[in-house]
Design a protein around this ligand. Structure first.
Ligand SMILES: Cc1cc2nc3c(=O)[nH]c(=O)nc-3n(C[C@H](O)[C@H](O)[C@H](O)COP(=O)(O)OP(=O)(O)OC[C@H]3O[C@@H](n4cnc5c(N)ncnc54)[C@H](O)[C@@H]3O)c2cc1C
Length: 503
């Protein structure tokens, strides 16, 4: 267990005095809402369409089943004890609420290694470095070298517009030499930063460093294209340190479910939400049989592509926002291998290989290092690539992952055992990865979700600036609870607004 997270348990004054609240969806937002409202004395009923809780927070283990809108049902053949996260896999160190709930619910966490200079860039194309796996550290250090060399030379010849004192120039050049690994003449030559072709050892083995790739080769091979931008270390949400729930991210959902005994109806598919004069009426089917329930308030966490197909009497602003906020298309495939060859043969422990082909990324697991078997995420793709791969049959998805993956890891051919793929935009009760807002839709459509529509309150990652993050589910749950509680206790509760743009 890692040290305690610095956020706090939620605590509001006053009591809900047994008032009834229906919560739609038993994902993280819905279950957190029920958990917090119950602590305040409300009576909660959670309606969940799936036979399991957790929604997008889902880990695949032996026996997990999945049926998409196309393709037959899959049943995971993974060995006992192996898993992969089909949805969330990493927690940023500053998502304090996610970490707080892990602590409060007793879910152990461990380090998730998101940045690995030892993983690869693989560019399919024409250049000299194309169709070869290149260690990320080689590309990063060569480019740091070339760019700093150019800048150091330019500054020295006073070719920049900004006026710099001689002392400034000297300091900047020293910095650039350190940053890029330049020699005394401000030239970039290979250094140990980019790794060895012969590792150093004892006796007469100093190690051998290869010449750097040429700038022209790096450029012509597409390794400087957006597919390979060096953003992970810089993107706020992807900076190390990152965490994961030990044993599978959906252990967070399982722990929440345990706190809600008798409150969640699974297999309850909501079909209609109506604001009436003093109540909200929700129609649903339970294992196929029509049902109806009324309560004094409703918190709706259903994803927008689902809500868009339901019967409701929301205001025109809410209806428009539901219908016009798009969701990302995204998919992952888990590949079980007999042997952790990426660790044994290639010394890759966690991190991500990037490609410009349909795989987009290969994720290496950050758990059970040097164990016997392991599961890689064979692709994690978005938008057009995810759409294209989603249209393939399950077998074809597997073939694509194996064929393209073997270009990087030929060991795939002999070590592969099982696959399991999830296309989130084809997954019933999700129909997308997460909400995508533009600058414009933040100013217009988004606003419809941050206030109630009569007695219906909205929560879920789509009602936050933390799209694509579990933190969005947790933050929105606390906001909805505070708003509902304020209504019934007539207190003006202030919930601090998030300010972060999504991940
Ligand atoms: C591929 C992928 C990768 C991700 N990676 C990360 C990550 O690394 N880190 C991170 O923090 N977050 C990540 N996320 C985001 C995170 O998973 C979500 O933000 C979060 O789980 C959303 O929770 P929610 O409760 O808002 O929605 P959901 O989990 O979608 O919950 C909504 C619930 O409503 C139910 N429902 C739908 N229709 C009906 C109906 N008609 N009747 C009744 N119930 C219904 C659904 O079954 C579901 O349980 C990722 C998500 C995806 C898809």
């Amino acid at each position: 267990m890692l040290p305690a997270a610095p956020a706090h348990a939620f605590s509001l004054p006053g009591s809900g005095q047994g008032k009834s609240v229906i919560i739609l969806g038993a994902g993280l937002a819905g279950m957190t809402t029920a958990y917090e409202l119950t602590k305040l004395g409300y009576r909660c009923t959670v309606l969940e369409a799936r036979e399991r809780t957790g929604g997008r927070c889902w880990s695949i283990r032996k026996g997990s089943t999945h049926t998409e809108t196309v393709n037959p049902t899959q049943t995971a053949q993974l060995d006992e004890g192996l898993y992969f996260n089909a949805g969330p896999s990493r927690i940023p160190h500053h998502h304090q609420l996610t970490l707080q709930y892990c602590r409060e619910l007793g879910v152990p966490i461990e380090i998730y290694n998101n940045v690995n200079e030892g993983a690869y860039h693989f560019s399919e194309g024409q250049g000299a470095l194309s169709n070869k796996k290149i260690r990320i550290r080689e590309v990063h250090n060569d480019m740091r070298g070339y760019v700093t060399e150019m800048l150091a030379k330019a500054i020295d010849q006073h070719k920049l517009d900004a006026a710099l004192t001689t002392e400034d120039v000297t300091k900047i050049i020293e910095y650039l030499r350190a940053e890029g690994g330049l020699d005394a003449d401000k030239l970039y030559k290979a250094s140990a930063r980019r790794g060895y072709v012969e590792a150093p050892g004892a006796g007469d083995k100093p190690g051998k460093i290869a010449d750097p790739h040429t700038l022209a080769d790096l450029l012509q091979s597409g390794l400087l294209s957006p597919d390979f931008y060096n953003v992970a270390e810089y993107t706020y949400e992807l900076q190390m340190t990152m965490f994961q729930a030990k044993g599978g991210m959906d252990n967070i959902a399982r722990a929440l479910e345990k706190k809600l005994p008798g409150m969640i109806r699974t297999g309850a598919v909501v079909s209609s939400i109506q604001n009436l004069e003093n109540t909200v009426r929700v129609k649903y089917t339970l294992k196929g049989a029509p049902q109806e329930i009324e309560a004094e308030a409703c918190i709706c966490t259903l994803p927008l592509p689902i809500l868009s197909n339901l019967d409701h009497n929301f205001s025109s602003d809410v209806s428009r926002a539901i219908d016009f906020v798009p969701y990302i298309q995204t998919g992952k495939i888990g590949l079980q291998f007999k042997r952790r060859f990426w660790e044994e043969d290639e010394q890759i422990f966690g991190g991500i290989t990037h490609t410009n082909n349909d795989l987009t990324q290969i994720f290496y697991p950050s758990n059970d290092y040097l164990g016997k078997k392991g599961v890689l995420i064979g692709y994690y793709n978005f938008n057009e690539k995810a759409k294209k791969v989603g249209t393939l049959s399950l077998k074809e998805r597997e073939q694509l992952a194996l064929e393209k993956g073997s270009l990087i890891h030929p060991q795939y051919k002999t070590e592969f055992e099982h696959s399991f793929s999830v296309s989130w935009h084809l997954t019933p009760y999700s129909l997308g990865g997460w909400a995508l807002y533009s600058g414009d839709t933040r100013q217009t459509l988004y606003k419809a979700f941050i206030k109630p529509d009569k007695r219906v309150y909205f929560a879920g990652e789509h009602t936050t600036y933390l799209n694509a993050w579990m933190a969005g589910a947790f933050e929105s749950a606390r906001k909805a609870v505070a708003d509902v509680h304020a209504r019934f206790t007539e207190q003006r509760l202030q919930y601090p607004a998030s300010t972060k743009e999504g991940g």
